[in-house]
Design a protein. Structure first.
Length: 113
């Protein structure tokens, strides 16, 4: 096997790796998105997060004009409730309601009675 045979074998590999790298740079530069909008244009903010058990959280996330209440664990993220975002977060509970137990408030907000 001569040096020329080794070059002939490695040349296609170098060309293919170069083309893949060029495609990667093109995608990073122009941000091609298959959803129709540029990547990074969706506004996502985590407003609050509360740990309820080790490695389990309830988080309130604002995605553009929606508030999402999410249950987050090691293995999954579950949508608990979806609300419209009005621009401000107000406390809808009166002082006497804040004395209720957590379970009662949770049942009320989830519509369980």
């Amino acid at each position: 096997m001569s040096f020329l045979d080794i070059v002939k074998a490695l040349l296609p590999l170098v060309v293919i790796v170069g083309l893949l790298y060029g495609v990667l740079l093109f995608i990073k530069k122009y941000g091609i998105s298959f959803k129709g909008n540029k990547s990074g244009s969706v506004s996502i903010n985590v407003l609050s997060s509360q740990m309820i058990m080790p490695k389990k959280f309830i988080s309130v996330v604002r995605v553009e004009d929606k508030l999402l209440v999410l249950g987050v664990s090691d293995n999954s993220i579950t949508l608990l409730k979806e609300l419209e975002y009005t621009g401000e977060l107000e406390n809808p509970y009166s002082p006497e309601e804040s004395k209720k137990s957590f379970v009662e408030l949770l049942k009320k907000n989830l519509g369980i009675r």
